[in-house]
Design a protein around this ligand. Structure first.
Ligand code: CA
Length: 427
């Protein structure tokens, strides 16, 4: 039997937040500042309250959990991460230290129903880099944009390709997203037009959160990179396909991706996911030595996408896939990112790239699911969709399935609002 918690709701076998998980987030309650917490069952444990009560110490010279992000805690390093995880497990497990369980006053102050708090962005995002490690996604998008003969770019099996995205517009789940304005030019048109994106899309990704920095000019190994990763979030890298198709050559995506990226509020630690490590798929071309992995560095994480039009009675699950299909791991991506001497910082966020499985129901974007709009999706309730319409809500979910428990990510959700109106730019 797997370990249980005295927080009863955490023990439901399909709950995202059992005692085996303990993901970190940041929350706020009316009249109080933002502070760090972990999710346990249907509750949030206020780490700042535990720190002040002397029940929890991260080991630094200053308290770290009263901060509005987990960066100060992450900066303390992997020994602190392990020490705090062990202490929290002891305080929350059924057979552990009863110091919190038996202190009614502290329990009332430190354990709050998740419905009663506002969940905020858990990290101060230092930089956001988006990779392209889903082989099926790269193949699908390449086929749509360039034809089957040139689908996979010549570098793809050798380099974890990526681009530097915007940290400024990484937002937490539940944040409404404005449809972006931009230039688009269908292949049949001679001149570009300007206006709201008409091919707005999601990208189902995992985000790796960098918990330890590196030094400018100093490359890191894949093993060092793996040790620097603190944890993972679900990431929806919203994408405007019409803007992307017109702008992406030669320097890659720009405005088509810059307007928003949504992450889940809970950072699931690498420690909680260690039991679910799996190797990357067989290499189709040998990798250069600096990219070779010393062990399994992907994770077996089931992933789902649900879509719900405004006013619809229910959502429709439009994709089911798994993070074990990625061709490059986050550790390989981070090692590659630093190999030129690029400095990595605490709070850097690395997007995996869209995660698409080999079959159609496993694709991680609408561009692929509707095959560029040629095969619209049928939603429960009768509506169809090729791309996102105003008022649609898109929700990502993910979890690693253990024996009798789940290590889950919760939800990564966003609703699309109409584009801003600027009549002076009308054509
Ligand atoms: Ca992406």
């Amino acid at each position: 039997m797997s370990a249980t918690s005295w927080v009863a709701s955490a023990n439901a076998p399909d709950h995202n937040f059992p005692v085996q998980n303990l993901p970190y987030g940041v929350f706020r309650t009316p009249g109080h500042d933002a502070r760090c917490g972990v999710a346990i069952g249907d509750l949030v444990l206020d780490l700042s309250a535990l720190e002040q009560a002397g029940l929890l110490g991260a080991g630094g010279s200053e308290p770290v959990f009263g901060q509005p992000n987990i960066n100060a805690f992450m900066a303390l390093g992997s020994e602190a991460w392990a020490r705090v995880r062990a202490r929290l497990t002891d305080l929350l497990a059924t057979a552990g230290d009863p110091a919190l369980r038996d202190d009614t006053t502290l329990r009332g102050r430190a354990l709050l129903p998740v419905d009663s708090v506002e969940l905020l962005l858990p990290i101060a995002v230092a930089g956001y880099t988006d990779f392209y490690a889903g082989r099926q996604h790269a193949l699908n998008l390449g086929t749509i944009l360039r034809g089957a003969d040139n689908a996979l770019p010549p570098n793809w099996l050798h380099i974890p390709t990526g681009y530097n995205g915007r940290a400024s517009t990484v937002v937490v789940s539940g944040t409404d997203i404005r449809r972006p304005l931009g230039q688009r030019k269908p292949p049949s048109a001679t001149m570009p037009t300007f206006g709201p994106s008409q091919r707005l899309d999601i990208e189902l990704e995992l985000g790796a959160v960098v918990g330890q920095g590196s030094t400018m000019g100093q490359p890191i190994t894949v093993a060092e990179a793996d040790a620097m990763i603190f944890g993972f979030v679900l990431l929806n890298d919203w994408s405007a396909r019409d803007i992307q198709a017109w702008e992406y050559q030669p320097l890659g995506p720009f405005q088509s991706k810059a307007f928003a990226s949504t992450i889940s509020p809970w950072v699931v630690t690498k420690a909680a996911l260690d039991a679910f490590r799996v190797p990357t798929p067989p290499r189709e071309q040998p990798l250069l030595p600096y990219l070779q992995e010393p062990g399994p560095m992907l994770f077996d994480i089931a992933l789902e996408v649900a879509m719900q039009p405004q006013g619809a009675a229910s959502s429709t699950t439009i994709s089911r896939t798994n993070a074990n299909t990625l061709y490059y791991s986050a550790a390989q991506q981070l090692a590659h990112h630093s190999v030129s001497g690029c400095r990595m910082d605490v709070g850097d966020l690395l997007g995996s790239g869209t995660i698409s499985g080999p079959d159609k129901g496993q694709y991680g974007s609408l561009m692929e699911l509707s095959w560029s709009g040629q095969q619209p999706l049928q939603l429960d309730g009768g509506q169809t969709r090729s791309f996102i319409e105003d008022g649609d809500t898109l929700t990502l979910r993910g979890w690693a399935q253990g024996d009798g428990y789940r290590v889950g990510f919760g939800e990564c959700r966003g609703t699309i609002l109409p584009a801003p109106v600027r009549p002076e730019w009308a054509q």
